[in-house]
Ligand binder design. Sequence first.
Ligand code: ARG
Length: 471
Amino acid sequence: MATLWGGRFTKDTDGQVYAFNASIGFDKKLYRQDIEGSIAHVVMLAKQGILTSKERDVLIKGLTGIREDVEAGRLVIDEKYEDIHSFVEANLIERVGEPGKKLHTGRSRNDQVALDMRLYTRGQVLSTDSLLKELMCVILDVMEANVETYMPGFTHLQKAQPTTLAHHYGAYFEMFKRDRQRLRDIHDRMNYCPLGAGALAGTTYPLDRGYTASLLGFEGPTLNSMDSVSDRDYLIEFLSALSIIMMHLSRFCEEIIIWNSNEYQFVEIDDAYSTGSSIMPQKKNPDIAELVRGKTGRVYGALMSLLTTMKGLPLAYNKDMQEDKEMAFDAMETVQNCLVLFTGMLRTMGFKRERMADSAMKGFTNATDAADYLVGKGVPFRDAHGIIGRLVLYCIDKGCAIDALSLEELQEISDKFGPDIYDAISLKSCVEKRLTVGAPGKEAMQEVIRFSREYLEEDWQPRDWQLPNEK
Ligand code: ARG
């Protein structure tokens, strides 16, 4: 047992209580953020004359040494300490002696952990954003190469109207673009520094909070010290954005699983991204897509868990808030793994274009276009709808497609049909005539692709943080 607060106690903490209370098992992940935050704090204390420049240099050297030793594997984070903050401070005192005891001047673990978690989350927001961008590059490449790859578009999982692979992928491009916009919003809203809030009511030392904030790459200091130590909104927002990313990935996975099924056979998942069956030799399963779909549950779980943890908490810090970490860490790691694996699977997946086009030609996907053809000949749309409905019924009975009927058969149902009907309802013209913004027609699609390429070229990646002594 190694704590920072023995003075007021007359008895040792019960062993089980200590273990239940300790967080080092999971907050050791924050060692880097804890050290960076401490260095910024030290630099600020010296600037304010609270530490001498000699003390500052000794402390920075000690803190940097701890980080380097941990990273090189020379120093193992010892779980006898209560949390990462205690570990770093105790280790610093061991290394540098007396000056180490001044590190915690004007600081509480409450604002310290609020800072560490915010720094960690900010880094995760940025790395998630990079992975989303990589995924979007792959999606856009597929779009560029497939503006004329025809496939059926569905509603209710029933064939509805023909579209293209570029158009279908484009829908996901838009979803992931909104995901990136959400991350950016979250980044900008969370980018204020809680350090200097103390336990809850600020401190009597003349801290320069704006300076600490700027050293750590924040916009400025947070403006209410009670809120600073008890705000986890940014984490809830991030978990919410991660949940939406997983929802998008999961929908995409579901489609890939369907496209990969024996009945569809639209895609060929690369062998490197599939697995087999221990009993059925013929099997090649879409496990990665299924796992990504499955892991969506645990990310939603992390969001629900934190919302529930926070819902009844009075101001300011409460130990309940220590529960913000484990599931959030798991969710962040899960989403990043899913993005990496999913992007790899998508990059290597092949398409069976003939089967897709063939499927698009079946199932009366050109029925709307046949009705539109009659509208072009002066028939009101509602009447045209009824005529084509009867035509479809006739075709179902005969077991053929609309364009397989002879002109005489067509004219028996409506004398408005002429020989130009076949071209009007061919797969190609059904797609190519759809030229409204956002539609699958080649020119409309290419316009969106150009716009999307420009979007990917403009970059958003603010700096995370820089070590104050490396400036
Ligand atoms: N392990 C704690 C947490 O994660 C650190 C803050 C401890 N503060 C306190 N007053 N006990 O929330």
